[in-house]
Design a protein around this ligand. Structure first.
Ligand SMILES: Nc1ncnc2c1ncn2[C@@H]1O[C@H](COP(=O)(O)OP(=O)(O)O)[C@@H](O)[C@H]1O
Ligand SMILES: [Mg+2]
Length: 460
């Protein structure tokens, strides 16, 4: 950008200084001697009048005054006058050149700055169009104009009671999740508007109270700003196994994140619900999560670590394909925000790798650990928080699984609802991958790419 800004400066500054030629005293002579437009009358002709003088002096009289070197007599009388005149002329032309250069430089500099500013403005405009896009005065950023065609459709969220009448479909550490339907597209009024999920990220302290001091408010404002910048990144990520963020609305007390509503809900609701998930559906979900994770860890630059991978953050689309939700946002949300209630702590703790407790550093291998727990949940059919594990010696799903898988009867680890479906061998292979992913030493865990290829190799 700086190079682009300086380019016009260089281009403009260069031609403004005039070309400098060395001055010699014969300049006047060379210009006037060769061509005289017409002959002068003989009375005025200095050549004929001074023919005798000419014989003595090879140069006509009128040239003698201009010539300084070849007529010693005249030169001696005029030499000092001519020298000072030429010095005066030289210093004058030098001053002129300096002045022209300075003016040229300043003009070039100003032109460079102006064109640099215009170029950078254009550049930012293009970047904003591509990234921050389509901001409306109400504060909504639309990331998917294909789904949300008009910013006015989200205008109801600018009102204080915009959410009050909406159905609450979930409650997370950061706030409620609401369901709403957008008005139909005016160009296609017969088709009902899109159903969306609105996730509210509240501005509040970890214990849920309002900020009491100025310092606390300042920190919360900073946190809200950081989340906003993460939202801008997340809004542009697209992968078939990641739940896309369609829009973002900023309100003084919260952020509202707009997603497509997943009518099949989240994996935890499905696994705990009445609806049966057969093995092939579970296997496809596992493959989908692994593929979304590979994109976040390996394909996306910079790498995105989810930090809160758990069945509640795996949503299922119309085709029961897995969509990872809440990716890219956990970084700026302290644990107290994501794991706020006692039941959440138990549930979420089951997915957190052991080294995180010691280092408090989240790595991609922490996500792999959480993914391993989800794989285990898909085959075992029980959450880590299931009371079943509290009654075992191991008290943890991961440790219980290791023990059963090394016993004589590893099939005992499989969900009783799935036993006898003919896929026991495949399910045991998936449990082996789960154990591999949940190794205590993060270095021994596979990468998301390896997990994907291991899962894909299981033939059904
Ligand atoms: N886009 C969506 N479609 C349908 N249900 C959703 C959607 N987003 C969230 N939910 C529901 O709301 C619940 C709470 O979501 P969230 O605030 O992300 O909390 P959590 O911390 O449990 O992930 C989810 O577990 C899910 O059941
Ligand atoms: Mg969530």
């Amino acid at each position: 950008m700086a190079a682009i800004a300086l380019l016009p400066l260089l281009l403009l500054a260069a031609p403004i200084s005039p070309p400098v030629y060395p001055y010699d005293g014969s300049h006047a002579l060379r210009r006037t001697t060769p061509h005289h437009p017409r002959r002068l009358p003989s009375c005025l002709d200095s050549q004929s009048a001074d023919r005798s003088a000419h014989r003595r002096n090879p140069f006509p009289k009128r040239y003698v005054l201009a010539e300084t070197k070849t007529t010693p007599a005249v030169a001696s009388s005029n030499s000092s006058t001519n020298r000072s005149a030429s010095e005066l002329h030289r210093s004058h032309s030098h001053k002129q050149r300096v002045r022209t250069s300075v003016v040229g430089f300043i003009t070039g500099l100003l032109a460079g700055i102006a064109s640099g500013a215009v170029l950078s403005l254009l550049f930012r405009l293009v970047v904003n169009c591509v990234r921050g896009r389509y901001r409306n005065p109400g504060g909504a950023s639309i990331f998917s104009p294909k789904h949300i065609k008009r910013a006015e459709d989200l205008a109801f969220l600018d009102k204080d009671d915009g959410l009050a009448a909406l159905e609450v479909i979930g409650r997370g550490g950061c706030g409620e999740v609401y369901k709403a339907q957008l008005p139909p597209d005016p160009r296609n009024p017969d088709r009902p508007g899109m159903v969306i999920a609105i996730k509210k990220i509240m501005k509040r302290t970890p214990d849920g109270a309002e900020p009491t001091s100025d310092e606390e408010s300042r920190l919360l404002d900073k946190w809200m700003r950081q989340i906003r910048s993460e939202i801008q990144t997340v809004g542009h990520i697209r992968h078939r196994n990641l739940l896309p963020l369609l829009a973002h609305v900023t309100r003084p007390d919260c952020h509202l994140l707009i997603y497509e509503f997943m009518k099949n809900g989240s994996l935890d609701l499905v696994l705990n619900g009445v609806r049966e998930l057969d093995w092939l559906a579970r296997y496809r979900i596992a493959l989908g999560i692994a593929s979304g994770l590979e994109y976040l860890h390996i394909d996306h630059k910079p790498q995105i670590i989810h930090r809160d991978l758990k069945p509640a953050n795996i949503l299922l689309d119309d085709g029961m394909e897995a969509r990872i939700a809440d990716f890219g946002l956990a970084k700026e949300m302290p644990d107290a925000h994501t794991h706020i209630t006692a039941s959440k702590v138990a549930g979420t703790l089951g997915y957190i790798s052991p080294e995180y407790g010691q280092t408090l550093r989240f790595t991609a291998k922490c996500d792999i650990y959480s993914f391993g727990v989800i794989l285990a949940v898909l085959v075992v059919g029980k959450m880590p928080s299931d009371p079943f594990f509290h009654d075992t010696d191991e008290i943890s799903l991961v440790r219980w699984l290791r023990k059963v898988m090394s016993s004589d009867n590893p099939t005992a680890a499989i969900d009783p609802k799935l036993v006898g479906n003919g896929y026991e061998e495949q399910m045991l292979l998936v449990l082996r991958i789960a154990i591999f992913c949940t190794m205590d030493d993060p270095k021994e865990r596979p990468s998301s790419k390896e997990v994907c290829s291991m899962l894909a190799q299981i033939k059904h």
